[in-house]
Design a protein around this ligand. Sequence first.
Ligand SMILES: *[C@@H]1O[C@H](CO)[C@@H](O)[C@H](O)[C@H]1NC(C)=O
Ligand SMILES: *[C@@H]1O[C@H](CO)[C@@H](O)[C@H](O)[C@H]1NC(C)=O
Ligand SMILES: *[C@@H]1O[C@H](CO)[C@@H](O)[C@H](O)[C@H]1NC(C)=O
Ligand SMILES: *[C@@H]1O[C@H](CO)[C@@H](O)[C@H](O)[C@H]1NC(C)=O
Ligand SMILES: *[C@@H]1O[C@H](CO)[C@@H](O)[C@H](O)[C@H]1NC(C)=O
Length: 512
Amino acid sequence: MDLLYVFLVLLSLSDGFSPNCAGRCSCDSTQSVQCYRLTELPAGIPSTTKKLYISHSKIQHLQLANFTRLLALEEFILLASGTETVENDTFKMLSTLKTLELWKNKIRRVPTVLPANLEVLKLNDNSIYVLQRSDFEGLRKLKVLELKNNLLSSLSHSMLSSLASLQSLMVDGNIIESVTGPMALPQLKHMSIENNNLHHIPGSFFTSLQSLQFLSFSGNFLTKIPVNLPKSLLTLKLERNRLKVVRLRDVKHLENLSHLYLSENFLSSIDGAQILANLTTLEASQNQLQMLPFRLPTRLQKLDCSNNLIQRVTAQDFLDLRDLKHLFLDNNIVSLFEAGALQRCSQLSNLALEQNLLLSIPLRLPETLARLDLKGNVIQDISERELKDLKQLQVLNLRNNKISALDLKALEGLPRLRHLYLDGNPWNCTCSLLRAREVLKAKGTDVKGGQCAAPAERQGESWMSSKKIMRQCEHHLHQAEKGKESKKKPKPEDFASLKISMDEDDDDYEID
Ligand SMILES: *[C@@H]1O[C@H](CO)[C@@H](O)[C@H](O)[C@H]1NC(C)=O
Ligand SMILES: *[C@@H]1O[C@H](CO)[C@@H](O)[C@H](O)[C@H]1NC(C)=O
Ligand SMILES: *[C@@H]1O[C@H](CO)[C@@H](O)[C@H](O)[C@H]1NC(C)=O
Ligand SMILES: *[C@@H]1O[C@H](CO)[C@@H](O)[C@H](O)[C@H]1NC(C)=O
Ligand SMILES: *[C@@H]1O[C@H](CO)[C@@H](O)[C@H](O)[C@H]1NC(C)=O
């Protein structure tokens, strides 16, 4: 008997469970208990417990009797435990309960009757298929209600009408086809109905949502921006819908809107967003825009029009965007980029132009750029003229273009360059290219160089590291030095200013 006891104690210790707690549970204090791999609610949970956390168990049915002793409970979290049913009134007597979370179970109905002091109710990842008015009756203190990933097919105002204090409502990932209004939730700040089956939002839906700041209908089938959106909105998300046109006149009353997300729709143009005077972020990626949005709001800081069909970038498009910091125009068909088009954007730090049809680096880019991505264009040359002002540039991506030679001067003028991507270009590995390599190494720039396409005998060599080419160029160097001695006047193309220290293991050059 004693031995068995010792064995059991050791077993429980080795499992990390404290001996004075119920089996398979650990009590951080007498107020906080965590249990795993249970098959029923254990009898030994201290009645002083305020927080009870159970996960990865098999508790098919929750009963009222399980909780009659736990009258101090403030937080009950039951996660991934296969729970299917909850007996009526199970939580009713828990008058101090503030948080109830029953995540990742198989519950089909909201448990009845919930205690009046509840503030947080999370029933995500269950099989709840219907809500009733009585489900939330009396929950005047409820602030957070989450029902993500259930099987709800409708959301009507009457179901939620008792929730006078509700601040956050999330019903993402259901199959909601219809909503009715007016939603009388005067305190609601955050509402998310993403990834449902909504085709239409009735105008009356929003009339009593006067505090709403964040609203997301992303991932539905909406063809229009809903009408009568609350004036208080700061963020509106309508990504992954079926918007063909946005009539920004319909949203002009959203005077404080700062973030608008319209990516992955079917928009062919956006005009008149300047109505939204406080907009700082506009995302319209993956649409069918053939032109940049016309008349953009002057406070814009981030504009994402990547993955569209934009051909031209002109100064006209960016006239007043003095606050713009991030501009994403990658994956378009931009072939015309007017010189100085972004000159007025004196805060721009991030410019994405990868996967377009640019033949050269745009001229007179803003000096504030820290990151310039031109990967996957058809650029053939880089010149000093294009890069000389970019004193803040840290990352330059020219991968997968048609560049074969580097202008040494162009690179010398970039004092802060840290990362340079040059691979995927048809490098002509002349000795002067190797000279550029040494300039870059001396600057401490991290360079992805890629491989030589020419001359034939150097094809496939990595020009940033090839010792073979360097040896061949060393020969050139001696010749150049001889030439220098005889002529006394170095041509810019020779290697007079290069000193090579071959005794080092690595290929270290020094530049005078
Ligand atoms: C909790 O409920 C289960 C049935 O799911 C029952 O077997 C068990 O005895 C109950 N425990 C307590 C402490 O009431
Ligand atoms: C549980 O409550 C629901 C709704 O209040 C009621 O319809 C049902 O009959 C109750 N079930 C039992 C077993 O009392
Ligand atoms: C817009 O924001 C200002 C400043 O925060 C606030 O005073 C005003 O009430 C807001 N307008 C609306 C319609 O919520
Ligand atoms: C939004 O813009 C209006 C008018 O420009 C201004 O009065 C208001 O304070 C702005 N709100 C915020 C939150 O900046
Ligand atoms: C590589 O550069 C050399 C020297 O400038 C030139 O003669 C040659 O034609 C170039 N090769 C290619 C394929 O461009």
